[in-house]
Design a protein around this ligand. Structure first.
Ligand code: IMP
Length: 200
């Protein structure tokens, strides 16, 4: 069985491959294709965008496609940046730009009100009309300065109290055990294993 990752984000590819690598499937990425569409995220929810990306890449490759759409939902900002997490500080910005904007938006918020969660929605398109959707959530606290050099995106600000560490201070293995993406991927593993068993 082949599975194509419907993302252009190298950081996500690394984490996803890490958790699916031991399955008896061939994981393909954009690098395995001469051309690969850049699917515009025009949906209003994470689920809309995950479905959009999985469908578009399945249609382009004719191979089962796995998409991930993730948002950081900050309680003091009423759930923002949410579906707009990649564009929080504007179009074509860096992870650092988004992090600095988040620090600024939360500058007057006291420690006990800086709670947030990452929400990851994954869609696995087996065909155009057979798409499985799963979710993963992890709760944490937004710090007020950047720290750590691992992970990506908002990880340098995302403190996970049970580990007393930020996601940016964890290896891929550690992060995958507890993260939003790791939880969603555990469900995706079950979906894939069931599919493989049905094919036998
Ligand atoms: P999207 O799912 O490609 O729309 O990504 C949304 C944005 O959320 C990314 O640009 C990152 O800044 C951020 N993001 C997604 N996943 C993670 C994660 O695991 N840790 C930290 N930030 C993340």
């Amino acid at each position: 069985m082949q599975l194509v990752l419907a993302t252009n984000n190298e950081d996500k590819i690394k984490e996803i491959k890490h958790l699916l690598d031991d399955l008896p499937i061939t994981i393909l990425t954009r690098d395995d294709f001469l051309e690969f569409p850049d699917v515009e995220e025009t949906g209003e929810t994470l689920e809309d965008n995950a479905l959009l990306k999985a469908k578009a890449i399945f249609e382009f490759t004719d191979i089962p496609a796995l998409a991930d759409d993730t948002g950081l939902e900050v309680d003091a900002l009423n759930g923002a940046p949410g579906v707009y997490s990649a564009r929080f500080a504007g179009d074509n910005v860096t992870y650092k730009d988004n992090n600095l904007k988040l620090i600024k938006e939360l500058q007057d918020i006291p420690d006990d009100k800086r709670t947030a969660q990452f929400r990851c929605v994954m869609a696995l398109a087996w065909s155009e009309d057979n798409i499985e959707v799963v979710n993963g959530i992890v709760e944490g606290v937004i710090a007020n300065e950047l720290k750590g050099d691992k992970g990506f995106g908002y990880d340098p600000l995302f403190y996970y109290p049970p580990s007393q560490k930020r996601f940016s201070e964890m290896t891929t293995e550690e992060k995958n055990i507890i993260s939003h993406r790791g939880k969603a991927l555990q469900e995706i593993r079950t979906v894939i294993i069931n599919k493989l068993n049905n094919l036998l």
